[in-house]
Design a protein around this ligand. Structure first.
Ligand SMILES: [Zn+2]
Length: 313
């Protein structure tokens, strides 16, 4: 069974001077991966543009309109941290659509996938783009897995150092999507308290594990396993990962507690869970991570662990 890797030239096709999410960042990841034997062991998958209908399953039509107009009107910022341009919009459509391609491939052929996309998505909520994120790639993917493939319950595991406030907001009252986030707290965006657990039909389907700056790797990994146990009890039929790598100890934005090899450990714990509850179906999606060396190495550890979770082809 294959491990799919979603890449697309659109993700290298936009930039903003001095922004942490630069095309150079992605180029560095690709250059590193291309030098590894692993590169020949994964199945490349091109992205496709997400459709308007797929976007409005998560975002309000007014939000989608506002993002598209801001991008098409030229070069600027939609908020203090989030550059927009016509080329950024093409990439944002491909980032969300790439996740959907990966979901289709995993549902069709089995295996798992990593989507090497930008811009990231987990801060984008139903009504607003925010903090490098235009559309919420993972949230759009969760709705698509439900509507296109009939997966009744979907779990999202978010190990980016920042809380995925946009993802939480999308599914807070839902009940059919479980959102787990481990994040540094207090920290941007200052959401994700442990008492934010969902409301209405969504009660109990949001699990925030905020952790202080001085958390050790051991404490982090133990907390992660606690989170996965809650997901197992939810019986998901598909698992999506918001895979940020900015909790790495060398990351210039996050700079927290994890080592490169911890991303293999986190990944193996997720694939073990997926084997038990959903035939190994995992689609992982790049969020943050900014160190020029630690990021590619962490991603290689992640991708290798996805590959190792599957029987050899
Ligand atoms: Zn982040």
């Amino acid at each position: 069974m294959p491990t799919f890797l979603v890449t697309d030239p659109a993700f290298l096709g936009y930039d903003s001077p001095d922004h942490p999410d630069s095309s150079k960042r992605l180029r560095g990841i690709l250059d590193d991966l291309e030098r590894r034997p692993l590169w020949r062991e994964v199945s490349p998958l091109p992205a496709r543009p997400v459709t308007h209908e797929e976007l409005v399953a998560v975002h309000s039509p007014a939000m989608v309109d506002a993002v598209e107009k801001a991008c098409q009107s030229g070069y600027g910022f939609i908020d203090a941290d989030t550059p927009v341009s016509p080329e950024t919009l093409v990439a944002a459509w491909a980032a969300a659509g790439g996740v959907l391609q990966a979901i289709d491939a995993v549902m069709r052929e089995g295996g798992n996938a990593f989507c090497l996309v930008r811009p990231p998505g987990h801060h984008a909520g139903p009504d607003q783009a925010m903090a490098f994120c235009l559309f919420n790639n993972v949230a759009v993917g969760a709705r698509y897995a439900q509507r296109r493939h009939g997966c009744a319950r979907v779990a999202i595991i978010d190990w980016d150092i920042h809380h995925g406030n946009g993802t939480q907001d999308t599914f807070y009252t839902d009940g059919s999507v479980f959102y787990l986030s481990l994040h540094r707290s207090p920290y941007f965006p200052e959401t994700g308290r442990s008492d934010e657990t969902g409301t209405g039909p969504g009660a109990g389907c949001t699990l925030n594990i905020p952790l202080p700056f001085k958390t050790s790797r051991e404490e982090y990994l133990a907390a992660f396993r606690r989170g996965l146990a809650a997901i197992e009890a939810f019986h998901p039929e598909f698992i999506l990962v918001s895979a940020g790598f900015d909790a790495h100890r060398q990351d210039p934005i996050g700079g927290w507690c994890l080592e490169t090899t911890d991303y293999a450990t986190l990944t193996a714990a997720v694939t073990d869970l997926a084997d038990r509850c959903c035939q190994g179906r995992v689609v992982s999606v790049l969020e943050g991570g900014y160190h020029p060396d630690a990021l590619p190495e962490s991603i290689a550890n992640h991708l290798e662990a996805l590959r190792k979770a599957l029987p050899a082809a």
